[in-house]
Every structure is written in C-alpha cells, then in structure tokens.
Design a protein around this ligand. Structure first.
Ligand code: ZN
Length: 229
C-alpha cells in the first residue's frame, strides 16, 4: 500500500513551549514549534501522531467538499444551510428565482461572471435583510431586548456588530448558513445590547436564549469562511 504523504505547514512561535499540531479545514495541519526547536522535531511529531493526523485530515476533506468555497458556477450554493444548484441565464431583467427543487436561477442581462455575481449578491442581501429583520424582532421580543436600527452589510471580518446607541449590523452572508446559526448570531448581538463585552455575564444572557451556542460558534469558525458568493 502506498504511504499517504501528510502535508503540513510549519510555524515557529515564541510562546510555544512544546511541539503541537492543529487541524482546521481552512488551514490543514499546522505544526507549531518553539522558536529554538529543530525542524526535524516536526517530522518526529508527525511520525508519532500519524494516525490522528490522517483521521482528522480525511474527515475535514470530506466535510470540506460538501460546502462550496467560492462562486459556484454550475455547482451548488448554500442558502439557509441547504445546497442549491445554481443556473445562470442571460435574460432581462436581472433577478434570482428560487425554484422548488432547490434550483437557483440567476438571470443576468450582462454575460459573464461579474454580472451574475452582482445579481446574486444583491438578491442574497435582500433575502438576508428580510430574514434578519424578522429574527431580530422575534428573538429580541423573547429576550426583552430591542435594537434601535438594523443594518445588513457586507461586513469584511465579522458576522455581526453591536454599536453604541443600540444599532446592530449583520453580515448578509449569514443567509447562507443554516437558520440556527443565523439565530445564534442574532442572539449574540442582541445580548450585546445588555452586556457590551464577552464576560461570563454576557454568555449567560446568550445561553438563556440559545443554550447550544458553543457548537454554533465552532460551526462558524469551521465553515464560516465557506460562506461566500
Ligand atoms: Zn460579541
């Protein structure tokens, strides 16, 4: 049987006290060495933990292929956590139609990828705004909290933000995540209206409405980078 080569990235850290390995779908295996360690120590680590690394890398690869990472022409796109087949048609006026058999028909007046992408992103933003408005209201009512204003935007590096003065903004890509993940982010930002930091008090408020927040957070860390259109 041919031996499987395990790819990894080597990293040195002044804070590391021993050799360690970490596997994430978006980074693969990263082996961290203390600053003064020899590179051979990474190989020794790998020999010792080969079974562990193979098992996790294969599991990551399997999950990873289920979720599209980028603009998925002719493939599938997640909407509310469900994979939809994307079809692009040249037609006027532009728009998106969600067919019952989980097909997403994107009509674009201008041929080419950027045109279709613009149409799709606009539609995703509108869908996100409708759903987020509704969930902020419903979950807010349950928690006894009310946002002053709500913005749905293309946030670069976060899923949501709570501003001084009680405004909330959300990343429109949340519409691609499963509904309970969107709910978790809504609850998280609503909780900031009461507790501005991430103190134990804050997590108590979150947990009061959304007890299973830990797996939701790790879902976002693992699969969040895949939610792009
Ligand atoms: Zn927060």
């Amino acid at each position: 049987m041919p031996e499987q080569v395990i790819p990894y990235t080597l990293r040195y850290s002044s804070r590391a006290r021993w050799v360690s390995g970490r596997i994430r779908p978006e980074t693969g295996l990263v082996i961290t060495l203390p600053t003064h360690a020899k590179p051979q120590e990474a190989e020794a680590f790998l020999v010792k933990h080969q079974q562990w690394a193979l098992r996790h890398l294969n599991r990551c690869a399997a999950r990873w292929t289920q979720i599209p990472r980028a603009w998925p022409y002719g493939t599938s796109l997640l909407i509310r956590g469900e994979a939809h087949q994307v079809e692009v048609r040249k037609a006027r006026p532009g728009g998106v139609e969600q067919a019952p058999d989980r097909r997403l028909v994107v009509r674009t007046p201008s041929a080419g990828v950027p045109g279709a992408q613009r149409v799709l992103q606009r539609w995703l933003k509108e869908e996100a705004a409708v759903t987020l408005r509704q969930r902020v209201e419903e979950l807010g009512a349950l928690m006894g909290l009310r946002a002053n204003r709500l913005y749905v935007r293309n946030l670069r590096s976060s899923w949501g933000r709570c501003w001084q003065g009680g405004s909330l903004s959300f990343n429109y890509r949340l519409i691609m995540a499963p509904p309970h993940i969107l709910d978790y982010v809504v609850v998280h930002e609503l909780a900031h209206l009461k507790e501005p930091n991430h103190s134990p008090r804050f997590w108590e408020v979150v947990g009061g409405q959304f007890p299973e927040y830990r797996p939701a957070r790790s879902w976002l860390r693992t699969f969040g980078p895949c939610l792009s259109a």
